[in-house]
Design a protein around this ligand. Structure first.
Ligand SMILES: [Zn+2]
Length: 275
C-alpha cells in the first residue's frame, strides 16, 4: 500500500475502550495503552480473553476452500458480488466474515479507490486475507461481539456465507450505506445433499426477519449455474459455504461419486439499506 493511500486499519477502534487505534511498533495501539500485535502475515489480532475459537476454520478447511475458489467454480458468484458492490461505489468496505479475502479482493479490484477491512475469527484464513489485496487489511474478530469498527464509517458491508450481526452492521454503516448479503439458494449443491440437512425452504424469509429491525431490502438477485466437480471438489463444496464451520459434515457426505459430477450452484445476492 502506498504511504498516502487511506489505510483500512483506520476503520478500527480499540475493542477494550472504544478509542481510536494508531500504528505503533509491532502493531496497533490506543491512547490508553491497549495494544494489539500485528502478525508476521499482516493481520492484527484484536480478540482478547476467551475467543469462540471452536467455530473458527481449521488450516485444512481454509486450504480446501482456497483451492476450490482458485479453481474458479465460484467465479460467476465472485463476479456478481464485485459488480453489485461496484454499483454502490463505496470508498470503504467491511467484509464481515472475510475468510481468505477472496470476495473482498474481487470487490476492491472493481473499485480502484476503495479500501477494505476483512474480519474473521479464523487466523488461518486471515493469513491469506491479509495478502489478498494491496488495499485490504484483516483483523481477527468474532462477529457476534460488538464490532471494533468506527460508527458510521463504512460505505458497504459485505457478508458472504457468514454470521450476520444486524445491529452492529447497522451501527458501522453510514446513513444510506449498503449491506450486501450472499446466501445459498434452495437448490445449492442439491445433488450432493441427499440424506443431509436440507436447506430451509424459508431461508430468505428468515434472513429478512433477522435483518428487518435494522435494514430494509432493496433487491434480491438469484444466481444459478451448473458446475462440474471432481469427487474431491464436491466434498470441499459441501464442507465450505454456509456450513463450513461444521467440519464433520464433510465426512458425512460419504457417498462420494467416483466420476466428476454435475451439480447446481445456487445463490441469492440480497441488498439492504439501513432502516
Ligand atoms: Zn483502548
Amino acid at each position: 500500500m502506498s504511504p498516502d493511500a487511506p489505510d483500512a486499519f483506520g476503520l478500527l477502534v480499540c475493542p477494550v475502550c472504544g478509542d481510536g487505534l494508531a500504528r505503533r511498533a509491532g502493531g496497533l495501539g490506543c491512547p490508553a495503552g491497549h495494544s494489539f500485535d500485528l502478525a508476521r502475515q499482516g493481520y492484527v489480532n484484536l480478540l482478547t480473553g476467551n475467543a469462540r475459537s471452536g467455530t473458527a476454520d481449521t488450516p485444512d478447511m481454509v486450504a480446501a476452500r482456497a483451492a476450490f475458489l482458485a479453481a474458479g467454480h465460484y467465479a460467476p458468484l465472485t463476479g456478481a458480488v464485485a459488480r453489485a458492490a461496484a454499483e454502490e461505489a463505496p470508498g470503504t468496505v467491511l467484509d464481515a466474515g472475510t475468510g481468505t479475502g477472496h470476495y473482498l479482493a474481487a470487490v476492491l479490484d472493481a473499485l480502484p479507490g476503495a479500501t477494505g477491512l476483512g474480519l474473521d475469527v479464523s487466523k488461518f484464513a486471515l493469513r491469506r486475507a491479509a495478502r489478498a489485496h494491496p488495499r485490504a487489511r484483516a483483523a481477527v474478530w468474532d462477529l457476534w461481539r460488538p464490532l471494533p469498527v468506527r460508527t458510521g464509517a463504512v460505505d458497504l458491508v459485505l457478508n458472504v456465507f457468514a454470521p450476520r450481526n444486524a445491529a452492529e452492521f447497522h451501527r458501522v454503516l453510514r446513513p444510506g450505506g449498503t449491506l450486501l448479503v450472499v446466501t445459498p439458494g434452495p437448490d445449492h449443491l442439491a445433488e450432493l445433499r441427499a440424506g443431509m440437512l436440507e436447506v430451509d425452504a424459508d431461508k430468505d424469509e428468515r434472513l429478512d426477519r433477522a435483518l428487518s429491525g435494522h435494514f430494509r431490502q432493496v433487491d434480491r438477485v438469484p444466481l444459478e449455474y451448473p458446475m462440474t466437480l471432481t469427487p474431491a471438489e464436491a466434498a470441499d463444496a459441501v464442507g465450505m459455504g454456509p456450513s463450513a464451520h461444521h467440519a464433520e459434515r464433510r465426512a458425512s457426505t460419504g457417498a462420494s461419486p467416483a466420476e466428476p459430477v454435475r451439480v447446481t450452484a445456487s445463490f441469492r445476492l440480497s441488498r439492504y439499506r439501513p432502516a
